[in-house]
Design a protein around this ligand. Structure first.
Ligand code: ZN
Length: 156
């Protein structure tokens, strides 16, 4: 049987709360190749994203540190789970796809589908513009880290 919209919302809520309460890969990384800070002053979310890249530009490890609302922490947590083992190009494609999903825009290209499906739990933010910043903060920060930017990423 197809799940009803209300059931899906409950499921999404459950995933967000679970990741918000018990974020995966929340730790500093001494051996990071790149790292960046992100700040969402509107909500008070702050994250630092750490990435360790191997010789081929693959993400060998990814973690984050920070504090913030359940959506920002759940998004950072899901991001670390989804990006580990992927290439930079895949990470960037997924970021663009996720950002499009959050803003209700068309994705510029087809991102890795399985991963985007798991991020659908956060797609409800598209109805709440201020929440889009919470959901995408860790991703903007990851993108800045990969690009080698060292100044703090701010959503303002
Ligand atoms: Zn927030």
């Amino acid at each position: 049987m197809e799940p009803q919209a209300a059931d899906l919302r409950d499921l999404y809520q459950e995933v967000i709360l679970d990741h918000g309460r018990r974020p995966r890969n929340r730790r500093t990384m001494e051996t990071a190749s790149v790292a960046a800070h992100g700040d969402n002053p509107m909500c008070g979310d702050r994250v630092t994203v750490f990435l360790r890249l191997d010789g081929d530009g693959q993400i060998a490890d990814i973690s984050f540190e920070g504090r913030g609302c359940a959506i920002s922490m759940a998004s950072a947590s899901l991001m670390t789970e989804l990006l580990k083992g992927r290439t930079r190009a895949e990470a960037e494609a997924l970021f663009r796809g996720f950002r499009a999903m959050c803003t209700g825009a068309e994705a510029p290209e087809a991102p890795p589908e399985d991963a985007l499906e798991r991020l659908a739990v956060l797609s409800g933010v598209k109805d709440f513009p201020s929440r889009v910043k919470c959901a995408t903060l860790a991703w903007h920060t990851m993108d800045a880290a990969l690009a080698g930017h060292t100044e703090t990423v701010t959503t303002e």
